[in-house]
Design a protein around this ligand. Structure first.
Ligand code: SF4
Length: 331
């Protein structure tokens, strides 16, 4: 039996109004996130992937209420949080933490590491004395494999990878159930990316965390996720378990993304699919399938009718009319 989701996102929308004209009235919208649904269970990593500008970071911000949703629902343990007053979000902030992309700007350079890691714990009254707080910070540094004397130093004394470990330690301090990681390794050197990703993967298993891992890097995702949701222009076009997605992607956009990922096994050949044109503007997304302006398999129906995300193979959901065609031919 699968466990109930910690995080359940249903039809989430974030449309940013565009103001203009003489009176500053609303003249359009940026459809950054346009009806996104997925769930994450305890002990699971779900990766949200796609090119820059596809809306994946906005999904993370909207779940955390760093920006207000335009529509849809966000549930934590079955309770809606998208419509809670900000004053009632406090207990949830303890349970849901975030690790940001840039370990250079996300840590306060004027604070020592002890204060940086202790701050969220202090906010939630998690230690009764200074010595208890020091013990908690030390235990958190142990979890991220940093020496305990790191707490007496400043962020600038650490490398990028170590700073991101400090960011992860800060997130772990409140004993969260869910961590939203927004491109946590994209600012790091190639050589340290793998170390930080492996650490997150180990922590996820040791602590039974749920991770929402937002990334544009399919090669990173391949090694640390359970399931993958692929976003294009504000919508999810495919959700699959990792193995199926990398072995047999069902959506033409996923196929194109994966074709650019190097394969370590020289006997396996992946032919590169070069997509034509640029991603259309989220202000005027194309009608029908949003991918139709770049899809190598486009046909008439794609230009007028939006494909729905539905199961096309066990464990694999895709939004593409090709699978209707294939199913009708097989029938
Ligand atoms: Fe391509 Fe049509 Fe499928 Fe969209 S619905 S991905 S345009 S084949």
């Amino acid at each position: 039996m699968t466990s109930p989701p910690i995080l359940d996102v249903k039809g989430l929308k974030k449309h940013y109004p565009i103001h203009g004209g003489l009176w500053g009235s609303t003249i359009g919208h940026v459809y950054a996130v346009d009806g996104v649904s997925f769930s994450v269970t305890k002990g699971e990593t779900l990766s949200l992937v796609g090119e820059s500008g596809c809306g994946k970071t906005t999904v993370g911000k909207t779940i955390l209420r760093l920006t207000e949703p335009t529509g849809g629902e966000v549930l934590v343990d079955g309770n809606r949080i998208d419509n809670l007053p900000v004053s009632e979000l406090r207990p949830l902030r303890k349970r849901m933490q975030v690790v940001f992309q840039d370990p250079f700007s996300s840590l306060n350079p004027r604070l020592k590491v002890r204060e940086i890691i202790a701050e969220p714990m202090l906010n939630f009254g998690m230690a009764k004395s200074a010595s208890e707080m020091t013990d908690r910070v030390a235990a958190t540094l142990d979890k991220v494999r940093l020496p305990r004397d790191a707490m007496r130093r400043y962020p600038h004394e650490f490398s990028g990878g170590q700073r991101q470990r400090i960011g992860i330690a800060r997130a772990l301090g409140t004993d969260p159930d869910l961590i939203i990681c927004d491109e946590p390794v994209s600012a790091l050197d190639v050589s340290v990316k793998a170390q930080v990703v492996n650490l997150m993967s180990d922590l996820q298993q040791e602590l039974g965390l749920a991770l929402l891992f937002i990334s544009h890097d399919m090669a990173i995702v391949e090694h640390m996720t359970h399931r993958v949701a692929v976003m294009y222009l504000g919508k999810i076009v495919e959700i699959s378990d990792r193995r199926s997605l990398f072995a047999d992607p069902k959506h033409p956009y996923t196929q194109a993304l994966l074709s650019a990922v190097p394969v370590p096994d020289p006997t396996v050949k992946r032919s590169r699919i070069i997509l034509k044109g640029d991603v259309p503007s989220p202000i005027r997304p194309p009608p029908g399938c949003r991918f139709h302006t770049r899809c190598p398999y486009v046909f008439d129906r794609c230009r007028t009718e939006e494909p729905l995300l539905r199961e096309v193979a066990p464990g694999q959901l895709a939004a593409c009319h090709l699978h209707d065609t294939a199913a009708s031919k097989a029938a």
